[in-house]
Design a protein around this ligand. Sequence first.
Ligand SMILES: CC(C)(COP(=O)(O)OP(=O)(O)OC[C@H]1O[C@@H](n2cnc3c(N)ncnc32)[C@H](O)[C@@H]1OP(=O)(O)O)[C@@H](O)C(=O)NCCC(=O)NCCS
Length: 275
Amino acid sequence: MTSPAPVERPEREIRTTAPVKLWFCPNEALAPAIAAVLASRWLDEQEQETAGRFLFDRDRRQYLVAHALVRRVLALESGIPEAEAVLWRSSRGRPFLRKPVEGLPRGGRELDFNLSHAGGYNLLGVVRRHRIGVDVERLDRDGRGFDSIVESFAPEEIAWVAAAAPGRARDRRILRLWTLKEAYAKARGLGLGLSFDSFAFTLAEDKGVLAFRPPDDEPPGRWRFAELEPEPDVLVAVTVMTGSDEQVVLDLHHGFPWSRDAPRREPLPPSVGAP
Ligand SMILES: CC(C)(COP(=O)(O)OP(=O)(O)OC[C@H]1O[C@@H](n2cnc3c(N)ncnc32)[C@H](O)[C@@H]1OP(=O)(O)O)[C@@H](O)C(=O)NCCC(=O)NCCS
């Protein structure tokens, strides 16, 4: 009797996983009157109260669009209607979706999200497992606060910034590092409570993370990082924790999610080691 031919298997099984989803939504995507109506129907008491405290209409508008976006996307992803989602915050202010005991109506048991809003742009990231952190910043900040930002960086990052010509080239380096650092700190739920000189990125000239030195309390290689520029001079950073053997794609949606338009898809870069 002949034995069956051996089945060829890769040394390690490569698993595919749910996409990392990003929604990039400029304030203009939602007319102020519509944002106000949606907010009055969807936002909870605490969100309404926060919205009422802004001194400037511009800031209130940003908040309303951001929080309408959160509730709309969470409804699409989880199946929990916009006004019924219960959002709670950790002691450091990180919001989470409260999962009903019977589980989420749609898309599996787990869901993590993170929001960033700045200068008329809103960015929401959603993953079905593990953790995500996102940050969006505009490059044309008139140099506001760039010096104090750099002072908070790790020495090797400060040196990399200083090696660029003053002006646009240097500002871009600063903001690339800043968005990545914020995204990582937000994924961990620590925000600015994490000392920004306790970890460091080594970046490629144009785009992409080459190496990551984590803070002392984390091993290297745990996180994946992506840099995007959904509009010229609007920088986005994403940090996701996923298994190292998983193939993951990143879906970028543009605008307010009224419909299920196809996103722009790209691979999420693999995790990087320490320098
Ligand atoms: C999180 C933080 C870095 C945000 O920075 P930012 O650049 O001003 O803001 P972004 O637009 O990128 O992100 C703001 C959003 O991040 C989310 N967020 C808030 N705290 C967060 C945290 N600790 N981790 C992750 N995400 C957080 C919120 O959704 C927030 O928007 P919202 O308040 O409208 O819901 C900063 O607010 C921070 O460090 N907060 C923590 C403060 C803290 O440690 N408090 C302890 C209790 S006293």
